[in-house]
Design a protein around this ligand. Sequence first.
Ligand SMILES: Cc1cc2nc3c(=O)[nH]c(=O)nc-3n(C[C@H](O)[C@H](O)[C@H](O)COP(=O)(O)O)c2cc1C
Length: 374
Amino acid sequence: MAYRWNMSDFEPFYDVNRTYEDNYAQGPFGAFAEALKSDIAGEGEPGKTGESFLGQPVRLAFGIPAGPLLNSRYTTAAFRMGFDLATYKTVRSRAWGCNPFPNVLAVHPASADGSLTPGSAELDEGVLADTNYEQPISISNSFGVPSKEPDVWQPDMRAAIAAAGPGQVLVPSFQGSRVDGMSEEDYIADHATTARLVKETGAKLMVMNTSCPNEGHNRLLCHNPLLVGRITEAVKNEIGDTPLMIKLAFIPSDDDLELMVRSTVRRGTVQGFSTINTISARLVDKDGNQALPGAGRDRSGVCGSAIRGAGLEMVRRLAALRDRLGLDFAINGVGGVVSAADYAAYKAAGADSVMSATGAMWDAELAHKIKASL
Ligand SMILES: Cc1cc2nc3c(=O)[nH]c(=O)nc-3n(C[C@H](O)[C@H](O)[C@H](O)COP(=O)(O)O)c2cc1C
């Protein structure tokens, strides 16, 4: 079966028709590849100035979250394309393999506006997924959070940090790794070790991912706020005053969300939340069969336009909690940002900064368009 996207007029910087390994070795593609060939530094885009991200001054607090920027070539190209926040794809304490190809499919929710609602029956009954990529873009991604070993990613992350232009910040992302035979203490310690390895690269801040299925099949660390609290305490002991942001999935219960904030921000271990990650759905082909080949891949994470409503809702609820509890933490809004209007909607919902993964993959000019709209 050929997995080809059928939009002939442009090439996403991450090519969904190639393996992860080929993208890592040969990418980025399209406009990002062109930007890399030029020798301009991080771009001096006009636009709103004087913003900040976890204490670092940035030109516009907009960029790309963990995922599609695989290494320093991708992050450097993102800076040159005017994305002032470029997140280096989530790294681990050890080498970690990628799920089998294909890793990306186009997703077509049944609702008239193409949105997916957390908790809706459609997520369990099946959402159509194929290779028919359409705008506004919604996709599923199934990578398994692959990572190179630290000896490879540490020097590359250092280079990525050095390539940021004025008013731009490289945002490292990391997560812990759960392996067979690990005790809970080992698992907590693995997070702290990985945070130390990130700090050694000269990182000024970091984002810890708690929102991928790293607790076993479809179980997310962020659904256990007390464990996240213990982990962030261990991480804080390792990284000291370096600001730490936590990446959250959609959390349906207000009580759980409040417990997350109380177990982290209240204890001084966390300075912000980035939300949301993908929404898990059962993916089916046009005949109702499992869309992604292989065991354990009946469900996969959906991102892009379909999840914007859910992302905005999480940001609004976090902003309301921040007000009610009188706490000071940053909110990074993610999920379905494909246009300048979506960026504005996240800001209006209470986000201090905004990022786009899928939208940026399908529109390399997104940062320029947002800056032009301000
Ligand atoms: C290709 C791809 C890979 C991703 N990998 C990661 C990852 O390694 N770590 C992470 O925290 N989120 C990862 N994500 C999730 C994104 O950071 C983001 O939370 C999600 O895609 C929703 O944003 P969007 O609608 O703009 O795509 C990935 C997303 C995509 C599209």
